[in-house]
Ligand binder design. Structure first.
Ligand SMILES: Cc1cc2nc3c(=O)[nH]c(=O)nc-3n(C[C@H](O)[C@H](O)[C@H](O)COP(=O)(O)OP(=O)(O)OC[C@H]3O[C@@H](n4cnc5c(N)ncnc54)[C@H](O)[C@@H]3O)c2cc1C
Ligand code: FES
Length: 277
């Protein structure tokens, strides 16, 4: 049984007013927008295509996952890492400015309605994981998140204040257990209570490609379902340019899916996840 049907909403190009731009860690920012249409229709795992500047540099919009949506106030947020010119220009935008957002785009997670859901977020894969964690109803939920260091663990306070159980891992050991999220995932699956073992278990994950490949392999080995949100590079964001194709796992012939319209969320068995990409 599912809590949320897959979205059938037509995306709009909404003139969104920036209500807040805040640094959440060095090089990481949270942007909140007043974007009532997108806020009303967004489901966890969907994304927006952001026109980062008013001029033509950079020309292409940049995709960012919706990290939270409040339909009653018409607000949405994204959390992003500055990695290049688009995200740098975005970090210069101020409250009160208007930024065109195309969305909500993509399919979003199928949120289970019973059993146990383990959400796994790596680095800037946390925004859709947090939005899913706070949206799931009727399930045991736990979040495992990993980052390079403590200050890059996103949504820590929000998860704590919602009372969502979460485990943390950092590569340098500055918070939680030292190591990768995958080790914590294996431990979590092994530590399930008899009650949790009885019901269905599903993993929802978003993070870098090697993490998703490892999570998918752990899910397969434990016999649990797994959905992955793939943050492939994109150009158009709505199925025209073919720039975001990923190979499907079909025996024999080579078939491709488009991350922007068929995803970004896929069943982990559906597409080829490259461990080293
Ligand atoms: C569906 C989706 C959701 C996303 N959600 C988020 C999010 O919530 N928060 C966030 O910080 N980022 C997210 N991203 C990634 C984000 O879109 C890119 O970081 C951004 O487009 C980079 O733009 P730029 O102009 O700053 O960097 P560019 O100048 O375009 O590139 C700078 C460097 O970043 C690398 N890069 C660019 N895009 C990606 C990518 N998609 N994956 C891996 N490396 C990339 C480039 O190869 C290059 O090395 C998401 C991507 C997708 C497709
Ligand atoms: S980004 Fe253009 S088809 Fe997906």
């Amino acid at each position: 049984m599912l809590n949320s049907p897959l979205p059938a909403t037509v995306p709009v190009d909404e003139a969104a007013r920036v209500t807040e731009q805040a640094a959440v860690a060095p090089g990481f920012f949270r942007l909140r927008f007043h974007a009532p249409h997108i806020a009303r229709h967004a489901v966890p795992g969907q994304f927006v295509q952001v026109r980062v500047t008013d001029d033509l540099e950079p020309f292409l919009r940049r995709p960012f996952s919706i990290g939270d949506a409040d339909p009653s106030r018409g607000l949405i947020e994204i959390v992003y890492h500055v990695v290049g010119k688009g995200s740098r220009r975005l970090s210069e935008r101020k409250a009160g400015e208007t930024i065109p957002l195309l969305g909500p785009l993509g399919n979003g997670f199928r949120l289970p309605g019973c059993g146990t859901v383990v959400l796994v977020g790596g680095g800037v894969g946390m925004p859709p994981v947090y939005f899913a964690a706070k949206s799931i109803r009727g399930c045991h939920v736990c979040v495992i998140q990993g980052a390079r260091c403590a200050e890059r663990l996103l949504y820590r306070e929000e998860l704590s204040s919602l009372g969502i159980p979460h485990r943390e891992t950092t590569e340098d050991g500055s918070a939680g257990s030292q190591g990768l999220v995958t080790a914590a995932l294996i431990e979590t699956l092994s530590d399930f209570t008899p009650d949790e073992r009885k019901g269905p278990v599903e993993i929802l994950a978003c993070g870098p490609p090697p993490m998703l490949a490892a999570v998918a392999e752990i899910a397969r080995a434990h016999g649990v379902r797994c959905q992955v949100s793939v943050e492939e590079r994109m150009a158009c964001g709505f199925g025209i340019c073919m720039g975001c194709a990923v190979q499907k796992r079909t025996a024999g012939s080579k078939e491709y899916a488009l991350v922007c319209v068929d995803g970004p969320v896929f069943d982990a068995t559906e597409i080829a996840l490259a461990p080293s990409s």
